[in-house]
Ligand binder design. Structure first.
Ligand code: FE
Ligand code: FE
Ligand code: MG
Length: 165
């Protein structure tokens, strides 16, 4: 923990750490949902979609890494057990029990939309109080917006493909 770095945060730091741990839990669950989804996927264009899901999995893990570093900088501890992810998550976990490509896309688009809302909210809370977290959230939000668009354009491609056949 950096003492001066923590002092300059103009809001309740423990509350901020909790919010960051909630986002951190979301990232781990998103990581696994994408990773296992890429394994089980079936249906039209599954290879292209699996490649995108796997890329997103890697990026969600990168987000977890960024959040963990910020939590530690603030003097907090990143969630230490997977059980706690389910207690803290904002966006939950949507198991890919139906592996059809369109179902997986739907589930993961919903996850991205939840993530976008989560980062937007933390940006509003930190805008004046903690520019470092604000910046971090902005960086992650940009990725989540890209993820949503990636998945929606795949969804569109599949719909076009199915209409032609
Ligand atoms: Fe993410
Ligand atoms: Fe994402
Ligand atoms: Mg992508």
């Amino acid at each position: 923990m950096g003492t001066r770095g923590r002092e300059i945060v103009g809001m309740d730091v423990d509350e901020l750490i909790l919010q960051l741990n909630k986002l951190y839990s979301d990232e781990w669950l998103a990581y696994y949902q994408y990773w296992v989804g890429a394994k089980v996927i079936k249906g039209p264009m599954k290879d292209a979609v699996a490649a995108e899901l796997l890329q997103h999995a890697t990026e969600e893990l990168g987000h977890a890494d960024l959040l963990a570093n910020r939590i530690i900088q603030l003097g907090g501890t990143p969630v230490s057990t997977p059980e706690k992810w389910f207690e803290l998550t904002n966006c939950g976990y949507d198991a890919p029990d139906d592996p059809h490509v369109q179902k997986l896309l739907e589930q993961n688009i919903q996850g991205e939309q939840c993530a976008i809302s989560g980062y937007k909210t933390i940006m509003e809370k930190t805008r004046d109080a903690d520019p470092v977290t604000y910046n971090l959230a902005l960086q992650i939000l940009s990725d989540e917006i890209e993820h949503e668009e990636d998945l929606q354009s795949l969804q569109e491609d599949i719909q076009l493909l199915l209409q032609r056949n």
